[in-house]
Write a new protein. Sequence first.
Length: 465
Amino acid sequence: MTRSNSSARFDRRSFLAYSGAAAGISVAKPFTSLLAQGPNHPRPGRGPSPDYGPLQEAIDETTGLPLLLLPEHFKYLSFGWTGDRMSDGFNTPSAHDGMAAFAAGHKKVYLVRNHEVGDGPDAFAQHLAYDREAGGGTTTLEFDTQQGLLLGSWASISGTVRNCAGGPTPWGSWLTCEETTLGIGDGDLTKNHGYIFEVPASGSTLTAEPDPTPFRAMGRFSHEALAIDPATGYVYETEDAGSNSGFYRFRPQTPGVLDDGGVLEMLGIAGVTRADTRTNQTGEWRDVVWYRIDTPDPAVINSTTSVFAQGRAKGAAVFGKLEGAWYGNGSIYFAASSGGNAGQGQIFEYDPANRRLRLLFESPSADVLNAPDNLCVSPRGGLVLCEDGDGTEYVHGLTTDGVIFRFIQNNVDLRTTSWNGFNQDYRGSEFAGACYSPDGKWLFVNIQSPGITFAITGPWGSGGI
């Protein structure tokens, strides 16, 4: 296992020269207007890909169990199960969620993985804890993409609450987000929560900052995910606060150096005060405006002081339960899990160069897409959508020409053959953390419960993701 010195400064000030080929950023063709003929324009139903073919049981190369259904010729292995002993001696935490992959040299990648554990358990790695009474955090894994082999894993931040998603930075780190607004006085917590923290791709914050430091200027709210526009360094943040959520932009004082502070803003629709994007939307581009949040880190959060309430009072727009976000094709894509006329989810596209927004895709029913959550942009330009709905869960592909299809089916049923002490039916557990290796040959994804990470490879070029 190799780890770089965590005290080294990130190469953040030169990131504007960052290549789109790294960190999973796509440079493929952009999407056509998928809603040109209304929400049902994309291919209906949840059938298999017309290119990759139907799903079938596939055997996990680690356990020998049929944990996933995949198209023919795709293979996978599982690793990093909850409870697995890591290289640093700690056991792998539970509740695997958002994740990103980073080049580690010599055909290796680092995976930084969130754990959406709440405030109940103590920090799983006390020496890395922001708050010793909080159970969330991140772990880092090193994976050999040539051999298809896990090389090592270790704790990289601890003592946070509900690390749900986040996003990779162009300068080679992971920004992990707390999906909470709990604070001092809630249970046994010793610090306020609801922040974003930075984790180096290859190590931890231990040497440089024994107490991980939150970026308070980026807002205290129920964070979900974020995506960074490498042209400006602006950070776009989603809020998972149920049916009343906002979409935010953080303009750093120094691009790439988030601890220098900056300005937090909330998106609004030009010409429409307090717009409601949750229903009756079209696929037309709409100009946006940004409303400054005067108090991004409120000490007390209520119906008037919250970040959302501040922006809404000025005229900002409301979204339905915002979830994953990712940069690719020159755009920021993000999911509204409960949005749409059917309440089954929407995918939005924000064009940062022209400051405009459109509804890219809306699910007309649960049979097409049921509550999209984490997402990423594939090296071929399509979207990979992790589902967090009811019943059996899937990972979907959405191609740039409007084809939506099932690509992975959760088949983790351990009632007859247990593994790591888990012996339940987990086929209803959500997928999360989808991301590609920088060379585009491996797709990594998590199943949140019982907590498993998968590495999948196969003939990607035969289809849209």
